[in-house]
Write a protein that binds this ligand. Structure first.
Ligand code: NAP
Length: 320
């Protein structure tokens, strides 16, 4: 009998087709709507493989509902939506999609940094709303990227890819990471510094750490108070790393100059969230890896991880 796989969001037909030959596939067939929790709990009952998105919380309840589950394949590099310890205890393998989204997410991080620094969204709205009546010397002025100091918090694949871009813009690069990266230092000119020094000295701070309990609210009121009044904070990692209440206060009170956010503590963010009322915040709906080519590669890698693990041959990007 073919093993059963459940896919929690509609994937491109070509990718599903590849799995269909080998497995019995069922899939939530909505693209824009996440699978309701009760449907997920029902659908996993008799599956061996689960291909999920970061929108699904895969916790003990889901695993208990799926006694035959052998592998959880997350279509993301971050896997904080999955209780990996609980999976390990049940001998369930968790996989992710590292590498294929590195450059695309670095592009978006740089784009968000530039958009925030030069007030692109605000400027576009200004024009569209009929406010552009004249040119004036200090109209919509922002911060320079070239020659500025960029502090990267989390200097892994994406952090280093951002540093390469920053080097091309003539930025001075600092980084904080749990281990030092001498090769990347040589390649990009980045220098290691302690977290508080990165916060104090940087004009732009880019967060690119994986989320874990250890880094929950790593950037809170105290850390924000160390930053320059002209600092721009960019978060394209995970929302929980930044304390949003403290960030709101810092932006409102102009303790820091602006923020660019692709990720939020609760996603989707409530449209009435106070952060969305501030002019000095650029917000995006978690689109770091959203290029057509990269999303296809992520779906393919997530499907391959599942396939290769269940058939027992080929590469599997394992988390545990
Ligand atoms: P990665 O290659 O694993 O890099 C993460 C880096 O963070 C590593 O260098 C690691 O240090 C460091 N690190 C981990 N925990 C730390 C801690 N507690 N303190 C200090 N440093 C720590 O991951 P990546 O591929 O660059 O991705 C980074 C994150 O970006 C993902 O986990 C994901 O959440 C997020 N992301 C977001 C989007 C989006 O759409 N916005 C897209 C892709 C990824 P070591 O090298 O010493 O292990």
């Amino acid at each position: 009998m073919k093993e059963k796989i459940y896919i929690t969001r509609k994937l491109p037909a070509g990718i599903v087709k590849k799995l269909e030959g080998e497995f019995n596939i069922d899939m939530w067939d909505q693209e824009e709507e996440a699978i309701p929790r009760e449907v997920l709990l029902e659908k996993v009952k008799d599956v061996q493989g689960l291909l999920c998105m970061l929108t699904e919380t895969i916790d003990e309840e889901v695993m208990d509902a799926a006694p035959g589950l052998k592998v959880i394949s997350n279509m993301a590099v971050g896997y904080n939506n999955i209780d990996v310890d609980a999976a390990t205890n049940r001998e369930i393998v968790v996989t992710n999609t590292p590498g294929v989204l590195t450059e695309t997410t670095a592009d978006l991080t740089f784009a968000l940094m530039m958009a925030t620094a030069r007030r692109l969204v605000e400027a576009s709205d200004y024009l569209r709303n009929g406010k552009w009546e004249t040119w004036s010397p200090m109209q919509l002025t922002g911060m320079d990227i070239h020659g500025a100091t960029l502090g990267i918090i989390g200097f892994g694949r994406i952090g280093q890819a951002v540093a390469k871009r920053a080097a091309g813009f003539g930025m001075n690069i600092l980084y904080y990471n749990r281990s030092q990266k001498p090769d990347a230092e040589r390649e990009t000119g980045a220098r290691f510094a302690e977290l508080n020094d990165v916060l104090r000295e940087s004009d732009f701070i880019s967060i690119l750490l994986p989320y874990s309990e250890e880094v929950h609210h790593l950037i809170s009121a105290k850390e924000l108070s160390l930053m320059k009044k002209t600092a721009v904070l960019i978060n394209t990692a995970r929302g929980g790393i930044v304390d949003e209440d403290a960030l709101y206060d810092a932006l409102k009170n102009e303790t820091i100059w602006a923020a660019g956010l692709d990720v939020f503590e609760k996603e989707p963010i409530d449209p009435s969230h106070p952060l969305l009322t501030l002019p000095n915040v650029v917000t995006l709906p978690h689109i770091g890896s959203a290029s057509i080519a990269t999303r296809m590669k992520m779906a393919e890698l997530a499907a391959n991880n599942l396939h290769n693990f269940l058939v027992g041959s080929g590469e599997v990007k394992r988390v545990n």
